[in-house]
Design a protein around this ligand. Structure first.
Ligand SMILES: Nc1ncnc2c1ncn2[C@@H]1O[C@H](COP(=O)(O)OP(=O)(O)O)[C@@H](O)[C@H]1O
Ligand SMILES: [Mg+2]
Length: 246
């Protein structure tokens, strides 16, 4: 059985108070496992980013528990949450979040620098991980000299360089064309299948669903369906369906 990397139990999140409050997540249970690419799909406003942020210990649930590699984030102090994130989690965002004044290699090295890893070993690790996402020829390029797809691959390398147990990616292909979106999904899939990491990707692009080992669909803050595309008779979503939500 693949190892449980992040476990969410009865997680709820309410933003604000009183009549204008928003119930973004409603007593939701979800376990994300190693060796699997899980896609989290759902319409705009269904709670995907809220859930990803809570799983990544960036946001505290209103109630419920999150455990990362067996460690409970409940009632943890901000420094303890930061330590969990540093040790176990790599984040990838829609808009890359690269430093424009740093090269690809420097952007990746920065992730090691904040962990106290510097010098030739850190440089070698960064070069190797950029090679693994097909960017050996772009080590000294600045973000403005790279395509969107290449910038996202630098961001994936940065998320990967400290060897996290899980990669959490919020709409990583939303700003990319079809071909680059597929290339990014193929890399994320190999991080799960070849490296054995847990990978959770938010996307509502049904054309990318076939990259998933498992698809979890949420609506109004609750899981409404879970499928495995390769399981026969699983009722996997139609890959030709148009983009749901926006
Ligand atoms: N910081 C916030 N304050 C108040 N409401 C929020 C906040 N963030 C998200 N929401 C609301 O919570 C719901 C879920 O949002 P979100 O998790 O961003 O959904 P998704 O990523 O699926 O589009 C939406 O109704 C959204 O408006
Ligand atoms: Mg979102």
């Amino acid at each position: 059985m693949n190892a449980a990397i992040i476990e969410a139990e009865r997680v709820s999140k309410t933003y604000g108070r009183g009549p204008t409050c928003v119930e973004a997540l409603r007593t939701l249970d979800l376990t994300i496992r190693s060796h699997e690419l899980t896609i989290l799909a759902g319409p705009s406003g269904s709670g995907k980013t809220t859930l990803l942020s809570i799983l990544g210990c960036m946001l505290t649930p209103t109630s419920g528990t999150v455990r990362v590699c067996g460690v409970s984030a409940r009632d943890a102090r901000p420094e303890a949450l930061a330590a969990i994130r540093r040790q176990h989690i790599g984040f990838v965002f829609q808009s890359y979040h690269l430093f424009s004044t740093l090269t690809s290699a420097e952007n990746v090295q920065l992730a090691l620098d904040v962990r106290g890893e510097r010098g030739p070993e850190a440089v070698a690790k960064s070069v190797a991980v950029l090679g693994s996402v097909g960017l050996s020829a772009k080590l000294k390029s600045f973000p403005r000299e790279l395509s969107g797809g290449e910038q996202q691959r630098v961001a994936i390398a940065r998320a990967l360089v400290a060897d996290p147990s899980i990669i959490l990616a919020d709409e990583p292909t939303a700003a990319l064309d079809t071909e680059n979106g597929r290339a990014v999904m193929a890399i994320l899939s190999s991080i799960a299948r070849a490296r054995g990491r847990a990978v959770l990707v938010v996307t509502h692009d049904a054309r990318l669903f076939h990259f998933a080992d498992r698809i979890v669909q949420i609506e109004d803050g609750a899981i409404i369906r879970e499928t495995r595309p390769d399981a026969s008779g699983s009722g996997a979503p139609d890959p030709n369906a148009s983009r749901a939500g926006a």
